[in-house]
Write a new protein. Structure first.
Ligand code: ZN
Length: 475
């Protein structure tokens, strides 16, 4: 098999090659940007979903599912939102041979599907907060080059929508969502920044948006998700009112929290290396692969040990795969490394006789597990692997940033930059032109590393009320 392209020198080529070689997605479906979830990719996606479900339900959200189609009359109610999505929606205009009276939109996101119903569900302060989420496919007519998981036209989407009594309660929800994401990201081993987007780049219809951005090498970043505070921007047009304790009618304040299959793209992009994908244990389609090494005269003993290991790990709740095919062991090692399995257990003649297995993790760390203590030995190995994965990602994350004191330093930058910014839109656009990318925004809480305060706006030189802002090239 051919080597993968170099990750640093040709990142996009490397990314596409890993997704294909690891068999995470099949892009040969005849609609651009709509890819097939392969068995292996779907296993990873389901793991992601489980982590998201665990954390969102821990903060009180309940799963619902709304229909895929939205009547144009409902879609068009919030003007900013429509303006933002108009060019991206797919329309259904015919039912069979009959033109529809009201054309239908394939949901690009579900505000306009849900909020007419929220107006029916919410009556009194006792109905609040309302917090629901769904994991569904959404559709966006993407005109830029599509990439598996990162930019697609049919998106595996996670969206939480909440209604709150007031602005303060909605702000608290935004921060609960950010904390929930921090827990998910810990499982995924993904370091990121939570950045409040500048006004010109917020979600269509939001009062403000906080995006979760991860550096993925050089000046590039990947937006992993977003949390939005809508205030009354949607509840007004959709009439989502409640009777307050004092008997008055009030509009709810709303929030949303969106994540998608991009997380899988982020995991491939951030953890992957020259040998292929690397999965954190929480997401790995298989945590362990067991490879018997054929040995003359010891075949039955080797196979029996490999089967015992597989069955016991499966009984212990591990996702384990026995690779007992006819290929050479070396070809199997190569394939499972490419597919990013955290731990490989090799069983040969000596191991079978000693009731052990040779354990090699995806980073090459080697050791021995004993069958007497198989389950706990494997748990220890997987914990160590996860720790290494997080440390590697954290080290690269810190090395991804550098301050810039002049606009000239932003040109041809080899890092993501943080710069002093006065908050003026004109200065923001100057910074964007200088880095040939975007001003991603200002930290919602604080940077996860030491920066000291900024001295002046990098664009206009103003020294008062200057904050750090992050400039990068989002992919
Ligand atoms: Zn300025």
């Amino acid at each position: 098999m051919a080597d993968l392209p170099d990750k640093d020198a040709a990142f996009i080529d490397w990314y596409l090659a890993v997704v294909e070689a690891a068999d995470l997605s099949d892009k040969r479906y005849p609609v651009k940007g709509m890819n097939i979830w392969t068995a292996y990719g779907l296993r990873a996606r389901r793991r992601l979903d489980q982590v998201m479900i665990r954390e969102i339900e821990a903060i009180g959200s309940e799963a619902v599912e709304f229909p895929t189609l939205i009547p144009e009359t409902d879609f068009a109610k919030e003007k900013e939102h429509v303006k933002g999505f108009d060019a991206q929606v797919y329309w259904v205009t015919r039912g069979g041979l009959t033109p529809l009276d009201v054309p239908l939109v394939l949901r690009p996101t579900s505000e306009t599907a849900m909020y007419p119903t929220f107006a029916l569900w919410v009556r009194s302060h006792k109905d609040l907060p309302l917090a629901v989420y769904q994991i569904v496919n959404t559709f966006r007519y993407e005109t830029k080059t599509t990439r598996p998981f990162v930019r697609v036209r049919e998106i595996h989407f996670f969206e939480e929508h909440t209604c709150q009594v007031d602005d303060a309660a909605a702000t608290r929800r935004v921060h609960e969502n950010l904390r929930a994401f921090a827990k998910m990201a810990a499982d995924f081993g993904l370091p990121y920044l939570a950045l409040r987007r500048p006004d010109w780049d917020k979600f269509a219809g939001a009062a403000y948006s906080v995006a979760l951005d991860a550096p993925i090498g050089g000046p590039r970043t990947l937006q992993l998700g977003t949390v939005h505070h809508y205030r009354e921007n949607f509840s007004g047009p959709y009439g989502i009112r409640y009777e307050a304790v004092d008997g008055t009618q009030k509009l709810v304040h709303q929030t949303t929290f969106g994540l998608s299959e991009r997380l899988l793209g982020g995991i491939v992009a951030i953890h992957g290396d020259a040998k292929g994908a690397v999965f954190p244990v929480a997401v790995a389609p298989f945590e362990v692969v067991v490879v018997p090494i054929p040995a003359a005269g010891a075949g039955p003993a080797v196979n029996a040990a490999a089967s015992e290991i597989t069955e016991r790990l499966r009984a212990a709740g591990r996702r384990v795969r026995l690779d007992a095919g006819d290929e050479r062991p070396g070809a199997k090692y190569y394939r499972w490394e490419l597919k990013g399995v955290p731990l490989r257990l090799e069983v040969g003649r000596r191991e079978a006789a000693e009731r052990t297995a040779t354990a090699v993790d995806r980073f090459g760390a080697k050791g021995t597990v004993r069958l007497d203590s198989l389950e706990s030995d494997v748990a220890t190995r997987l914990d160590e692997f996860d720790r290494t994965l997080r440390e590697r990602a954290e080290t690269r994350f810190r090395a991804s940033f550098a301050p810039a004191a002049t606009l000239a330093e932003l040109a041809h930058s080899d890092r993501v930059r943080y710069v002093g910014w006065c908050g003026a839109e004109a200065c923001g656009h100057e910074i964007e032109r200088a880095i040939d990318g975007a001003l991603l925004g200002t930290p919602e809480e604080r940077f996860p590393f030491e920066t000291g305060p900024p001295a002046r706006c990098i664009a206009c030189g103003v020294e008062r009320d200057v904050r750090w802002a992050v400039a990068a090239q989002p992919i």
